[in-house]
Ligand binder design. Structure first.
Ligand code: ADP
Ligand code: MG
Length: 152
C-alpha cells in the first residue's frame, strides 16, 4: 500500500514518525531515502521516541550506525551516505534482519537493497516548492499496523 503525507515543518515530521514508532513491535525494517536535508534523520528522531527510546538521535554519517535502546528492544540506525560499497555491511545487516527485538532503520539504503527484506516500510521524502516535505510511504499489507494512526 502507498500513502502520501505532507508535513510543513520538522515537528510535524517528527510527530508523524512518533505515531509510527509507537506501532513498532520489533523485527521491522524501515528505509529512508531523500536528498540531503530531506528530513530522514528528523523522521528517525520521532520514530525512536515513539519506539520508547530516550537516547539521543543524531545522524550516524561518520559512525555508520547507532543503537537506541527501548527496554530489551533496540533500534539500529544506519546511514550509508558515505559508504562507497556495501561490503561488510551486507553481513552485519543480514545478521540483524528479522531479529524479533531489533528494528532496523536505514538512511541512504540504496546500496544495501539486495540485503533488505521485501516486507519493509520504504519512505521517500521529497522537498516541495514551498519548503514542505512530501513523505511517500510504501509498505506491504503485513506492515499495515504501522500506519494505523496515520491520517490518510
Ligand atoms: P537528512 O537526514 O535527510 O539529511 P535531516 O533530518 O538531518 O535530513 O535535516 C532536515 C532539515 O530540514 C532539518 O534542519 C529540519 O529542521 C528541516 N526541515 C524543514 N521542514 C521539514 C519537514 N517538513 N520535515 C523534516 N525536516 C524539515
Ligand atoms: Mg540524515
Amino acid at each position: 500500500m502507498k500513502l502520501e503525507i505532507t508535513t510543513a515543518n520538522a515537528q510535524e515530521t517528527e510527530s508523524l514518525a512518533e505515531k509510527i514508532g509507537k506501532c513498532l513491535k520489533g523485527g521491522e525494517v524501515v528505509e529512508l531515502t531523500s536528498d540531503l536535508g530531506g528530513g530522514k534523520t528528523t523522521f528517525v528522531r520521532g520514530l525512536a521516541k515513539g519506539f520508547g527510546s530516550m537516547d539521543r538521535v543524531a545522524s550516524p554519517t561518520f559512525t555508520i550506525s547507532k543503537v537506541y535502546k527501548s527496554g530489551s528492544r533496540e533500534m539500529h540506525h544506519f546511514d550509508f551516505y558515505r559508504l562507497p560499497e556495501a561490503g561488510l555491511m551486507t553481513h552485519e545487516l543480514e545478521e540483524l534482519v528479522g531479529e524479533k527485538d531489533i528494528v532496523l532503520v536505514i538512511e541512504w539504503s540504496k546500496i544495501v537493497q539486495d540485503v533488505l527484506p521485501a516486507d519493509r516500510l520504504s519512505i521517500n521524502i521529497k522537498l516541495t516548492k514551498d519548503d514542505k516535505r512530501l513523505l511517500q510511504l510504501d509498505l506491504p499489507e503485513s506492515l499495515a499496523y504501522l500506519v494505523q494512526g496515520v491520517p490518510q
